[in-house]
Design a protein around this ligand. Structure first.
Ligand code: SF4
Length: 414
């Protein structure tokens, strides 16, 4: 078992700055010669959308329900699902193994194109050292994500997972749907086989990144090279079929309309229903945050970016629509601690992760990462009992012999 020294209780932030050799240009991180022109976004007509009746119902609910009533309904559902008055959080570290990417999402300030002098790939040893630091500070998970790096073979990923499990065991929450898709392209193997091999090598769960807005018209607008919405859902459901749990996310404020956000939510709800029926893996949580434009190629676009009320309304609506999701996380890293605290009364029941390291959001200049003592104070001040947890939401205790939800139970304490 990892003993945590009292002086480490406050859990300092190890690093929250991505490697950067040069300042972003006024046109964005990628240093384009001229700013990217803003395309015109035309939302799909309601009747052409999947689940159009449900979308119409929620649009009408949103329009007819005063904000505080919507919040009250979401809070009541949160109370029904979590009557014990606990708000959980996990201690983990984001490890971004590479920033090289060929997908050119217009909203991303993190990636570098192949051959860019700022491109990097972390070595196995560097990743192992980061895990050791994480465990020494009581961390129970790594969130491992990276760019779509065409130079990395599938064996590199499998070798990394085996290396982690053999030498630096910890829960690996890693490789979003679009990274998994790249692996299927590189290997030409079926999706299920790629997932099976990843799981066998040591992958424990899959993060919900890359969902952005699960409406193809929006995806074509902001990330035309990324997998489409149906494939994102298909990959998550295939992972569930392999017994892996996943999370789901939404990044809003990119020019979409409410019908797009609601379509995203009702499609997730339907996906969860299918996975729960199969009884293997499922979505453990939903997390929404607003687009952070600074240093991205969209930074000069005239978009109505998310406000505080918008975030709270989106959180409340998510809680209500996703009634088959157990957990709704706040995103204090993007919204700030005060908005996140309010969201705990709008349906959210989890403070996300302490994040000993974060590189992607901080690349936009936003950096709200806090030590553990502050997270606990904020949760308590909102009237809840803070509780550290594992990825599967089992409460953490200092006497635990490792992560209970991954196959490497016990070895994490080795
Ligand atoms: S969001 Fe991910 S896939 Fe898109 S450009 Fe950034 S690193 Fe690449």
């Amino acid at each position: 078992m990892t003993r945590i020294a009292p002086e480490q209780r406050a859990l300092p932030i190890l690093s929250s700055v991505s490697p950067r050799l040069r300042d972003p240009t006024p046109e964005g991180s990628m240093g384009l010669g001229k700013p990217l022109a803003q395309p015109v976004y035309v939302p799909p007509a309601l009747e052409t959308r999947p689940h159009s009746d449900e979308i119409a119902h929620w649009l009408q609910t949103l329009e007819a329900t005063p904000f505080l009533e919507l919040a009250g309904r979401a809070d009541a559902l949160r109370r029904q699902k979590h009557p014990e008055g606990v708000v959980s959080y996990i201690v983990d570290r984001n490890i971004n193994y590479t920033n090289t990417c060929i997908t050119d999402c217009k909203f991303c300030a993190f990636y570098r194109r192949p051959k860019d002098e700022e491109g990097y790939v972390l070595s196995y040893a560097e990743i192992g050292a980061k895990i050791d630091e994480t465990r020494a500070l009581g961390g129970v998970q790594i969130l491992m994500q990276g760019g779509h790096n065409p130079y990395l073979s599938f064996d590199w990923y499998l070798g990394l997972l085996r290396y982690i499990k053999e030498r630096h065991p910890i829960h690996v929450h890693g490789f979003s749907a679009s990274e998994v898709e790249l692996m299927t392209k590189v290997t030409k193997l079926p999706l299920n086989e790629v997932l099976r091999q990843l799981k066998e090598a040591g992958l424990d769960s899959i993060p919900g990144a890359g969902a952005e807005i699960l409406v193809d018209a929006v995806r074509d607008f902001i990330a035309p090279k990324k997998i489409d919405s149906s494939r994102w859902l298909e990959i998550h459901e295939a992972a569930h079929e392999q017994g892996l749990h996943t999370t789901a996310t939404m990044m809003y404020g990119v020019g979409e309309v409410w019908a797009d956000r609601i379509e995203h939510l009702v499609r997730l709800r339907a996906s969860q229903e299918r996975s729960l029926r199969r009884g293997k893996g499922h979505y453990t949580a939903f997390i929404a945050w607003s687009f952070q434009p600074t240093h991205t190629e969209m930074q000069d676009w005239a978009l109505p970016h998310g406000t505080g009320m918008d975030y709270l309304r989106t959180t409340a609506l998510s809680r209500l629509v996703l009634d088959n999701f157990d957990n709704i996380q706040v995103s204090y890293v993007t919204q700030g601690p005060k908005m996140a605290q309010l969201a705990l009364r709008m349906g959210a029941n989890d403070f996300g992760s302490l994040m000993l390291e974060e590189n992607v959001v901080s690349a936009t200049g936003i950096d709200f990462i806090m030590p553990e003592a502050e997270i606990r104070r904020i949760i308590q001040d909102a009237g809840f009992a803070p509780q550290r947890r594992y990825q599967d939401y089992t409460p953490w205790s200092e006497s635990d012999a490792g992560c209970p939800c991954c196959s490497w139970r016990g070895r994490a304490a080795a």
